[in-house]
Design a protein around this ligand. Structure first.
Ligand code: SAH
Length: 463
């Protein structure tokens, strides 16, 4: 071990930063976050240090550094671009055993500043011993995605209940088990999804049950998987994928995304919409509640966003009635994915001030839509589930007054390597669909904005 890791208490203690540039300003911010009393020595200040000074956050001596300035600070950071001054500061500080850091000159440092993941009171520090700050930052970014932003709140909650838990759960092994259940179960998830009061109540209940508390309570995560590209998952979706015991998914969820699930999770396929083997929605609703009640963490994974043509509302209604705890994680809906990856902005100052999402699902061979609302000017219409009814759609739009040469796009398998964008007009699109082999899922975009595809298309799938 090249360096001994430790966390230094700086609250109320004098800290010195030499240098007045942006790098110095970043170090000052860090020291202030730790409660240090910061003095800056520099002949001139960058804007952000000047505003710190104006706000009374720091003291400043506007001058060059001199030996006497070393004083008895708790910590010193040198961030000047003058190497000889940096060296002097380092030597003087080390003579007095004051921890000193010289930015970008590891040989002059008696301590180094790690990359920090701050979920106060939880802190994770990453260091490569100065070998590669870029690597440390990369690692930090990875950890940031894995540690929920409300982790600090969870730690505070645990601190709040520590004494009480110790009183009620006397056996140390059982106590450890109790806390493990809290951090990995519904209580933690309540905190992460902003339901702190509910988490507190659940803590009280769990404590009352004490050593007899059931080891785990089931719950359901209703998660949007986005349009296909696994990179478009949210941090939360990824974290829950890696902790769920059972994953219930359907046809829209890509394999790459399923691969991100915990290795030993049970994967349950609930069928294709137009498939004979489809599990009726009511059965899915009941199934989620049933598995969760067995104490499992069930992740219901849906394409796009669960609340946009996703029947997410029905699923949680059943959970509500069954008293099963759940949370909902939004996803990038197909319209947003197809628009971005297809180079078709859904709104645009010159072409569209509003956007309408509709379903083109056929019922008994017809589409039950408010056609008058669809043909309004300066509006983009996005049609989900519209491939089978595309011809009917184009005809109806013309019939209700949309000009026949209105541009329309059909985006196949948006955001995936199989993405294809077909561009036409209301008049030509039915022919285009007939002449091409088009693979679902597809999304239809109607409106002037579709012209922009020619200028803005950027995503070129490689496969
Ligand atoms: N909840 C989903 C929509 C489910 S309805 C969401 O928010 O995206 C299913 C329809 O979504 C499909 O018929 C298709 O119109 C559209 N869709 C989903 N993923 C798509 C994709 N990758 N490319 C194009 N359309 C997609």
């Amino acid at each position: 071990m090249q360096y001994f890791p430790m966390f230094l208490k700086l609250e109320g203690r004098p800290c010195l930063v030499v240098g007045g540039g942006d790098v110095a300003a970043r170090k000052v911010s860090l020291l202030l976050r730790a409660g240090g009393k910061v003095t800056v020595i520099a002949p001139s200040l960058c804007e952000s240090l000047q505003s710190r000074l104006n706000a009374g956050d720091i003291k400043v001596q506007q001058k060059k550094f001199e030996a006497a300035d070393i004083g008895d600070h708790a910590v010193i950071i040198a961030a000047t671009d003058d190497k000889s001054i940096n060296r002097t500061i380092s030597e003087l500080a080390q003579q007095k055993n004051i921890p000193v850091n010289v930015v970008d000159q590891p040989e002059l440092c008696s301590f180094i500043v790690p990359s920090i993941i701050d979920r106060s009171p939880v802190q994770v520090a990453v260091s490569t011993g100065g070998a590669s700050p870029v690597l440390a930052r990369l690692l930090r970014a990875r950890l940031e995605t894995m540690i929920p932003s409300a982790y600090g709140k969870l730690a505070s909650l645990m601190e709040e209940f520590r004494g009480k838990v110790r009183q009620h759960v006397k056996d140390p092994d059982k106590r450890r088990h109790f806390w493990e259940t809290v951090v990995q179960g519904p209580i933690a998830e309540m905190v992460f999804s902003g339901k702190e009061e509910a988490a507190r109540e659940a803590m009280h209940t769990a404590i009352d049950q004490g050593e007899h508390a059931s080891s785990s309570r089931g719950e359901v995560y209703l998660v949007g998987a986005g349009p296909g590209d696994p990179d478009l998952l949210t941090f939360r979706a990824l974290r829950l994928l890696q902790q769920a015991d059972v994953i219930v998914y359907d046809r829209l969820v890509s394999e790459e995304i399923l691969e991100l699930a915990r290795r030993d999770a049970d994967l349950v396929y609930v069928g294709k919409e137009r498939d004979r083997h489809t599990l009726p929605q009511e059965d899915i609703n009941q199934m989620l509640a049933r598995i969760a009640k067995k104490g499992k963490r069930v992740l219901r994974l849906k394409g796009g966003d669960p609340f946009i043509f996703g029947r997410g509302g029905e699923e949680i209604e059943t959970l509500m009635q069954a008293g099963v705890p759940f949370q909902i994680v939004p996803g990038i809906t197909a319209a947003a994915g197809a628009a971005s990856y297809g180079g078709i902005p859904l709104t645009h100052r010159d072409y569209a001030q509003s956007v309408l999402f509709v379903t083109g699902h056929l019922k008994d061979g017809s589409m039950n839509l408010n056609w008058k609302a669809l043909v309004q000017p300066n509006q983009t219409v996005v049609v989900y589930m519209g491939l089978l009814g595309a011809k009917l759609l184009c005809g109806k739009l013309i019939e209700h007054g949309m000009r026949p040469d209105m541009p329309i796009a059909l985006v196949q398998q948006a955001t995936t390597p199989q993405q294809k964008v077909f561009i036409g007009t209301l008049r030509t699109m039915p022919g285009i669909i007939e002449q091409n082999i088009i693979k679902p899922p597809t999304l239809i975009i109607v409106g002037e904005v579709v012209q922009l595809h020619n200028k803005l298309a950027w995503f070129a799938p490689t496969r």
